[in-house]
Design a binder for this molecule. Structure first.
Ligand code: OAD
Length: 250
């Protein structure tokens, strides 16, 4: 018994009672727009070894290879559009603020859908940063390596690689939002990567109402927690929830 029993009513009640919503999103929310997820069949990490393309050591060893991997991924992001999930979240933010998002995604689909209150926990692929002095740059389209105007070191994508720490200011916002949210929606993430993997527990300890949307849920047991887990694609979930909200004419 799943999905047909999902409790849209409780979520909608929270919305209309000025609750504070937080969404933790992962690659699954952009999958239907055409961006590859990382894990599982056809996942990016099945095609590329992260140790070869997503670590500081890889960049020191072979910067050309890492740069070309990110130029390829940037092209993919430019070619796709935000989907129904990104758009619905932006609409919900406009109508029922606050609707904050912590995304592990480095794409820009939430902001292109118009979402305002958002933090990129793993950085932003559509920006460059100097690997030496940290100066930020607009994203380069060059297939060749680019150097910093200030210090001459190589530019790299402004993302968090394996083995690197998260931005402390963003971590502060994560803690603040996780402590302060009434509802946490965990959408399209395998929760394989720390510290994000611990975020749902932080919100749970704070008494937040948790729910999950994923064709292969990781947080809830789809057999017994059916009212809090939607087993399926994110766009279908948001379509259903929108219909529920409109049906109630809230
Ligand atoms: P993963 O690729 O690990 O997981 C994607 C999740 O999305 C899986 O649980 C899928 O079942 C689910 N999924 C697939 N299609 C979906 C859909 N249409 N709707 C909803 N869910 C769907 O991606 P993340 O959990 O985002 O980090 O990965 C976390 C981090 O690992 C990434 O930010 C990246 C990666 O290594 C860094 O690069 C530092």
């Amino acid at each position: 018994m799943t999905n047909t029993e999902f409790d849209y009513g409780t979520l909608t009640d929270y919305l209309t009672n000025d609750a504070s919503f937080l969404f933790l999103t992962g690659a699954g929310i952009s999958a239907e727009s055409g961006i590859d997820t990382f894990r599982g069949k056809d996942g990016l990490w099945e095609q590329f070894d992260p140790a070869e393309v997503a670590t500081p050591e890889a960049f020191s060893r072979n910067p050309e290879k890492v740069w070309s991997f990110y130029q390829m991924r940037r092209e993919q992001v430019r070619e796709v559009e935000p989907g129904l999930s990104h758009e619905t979240l932006a609409e919900l933010e406009e109508r029922f603020p606050p609707v904050n998002i912590l995304t592990q995604n480095v794409d820009n689909l939430h902001e292109r859908a118009g979402h305002q209150s958002l933090r990129h926990v793993h950085g932003n692929i559509m920006s460059d940063r100097c690997s030496g002095c940290g100066a930020l740059y607009e994203v380069s389209r060059s297939q060749d390596l680019v150097t910093c105007d200030e210090c001459g070191e190589l530019l790299r994508p402004d993302v968090v690689w394996f083995g690197e720490a998260l931005d402390p200011q963003i971590l502060d916002t994560c803690r603040k939002w996780l402590n302060g949210c009434d509802v946490l929606g965990v959408i399209g993430t395998s929760l394989e990567v720390a510290p994000v993997s611990r975020f749902p527990d932080l919100a749970r300890q704070n008494g937040s109402y948790l729910f999950e949307v994923n064709p292969r849920p990781v947080l809830f047991d789809s057999g017994s927690d059916w009212e809090k887990v939607f087993v399926g694609p994110a766009d279908q979930f948001f379509k259903n929830w929108k219909n529920h909200i409109e049906g109630k004419q809230v």
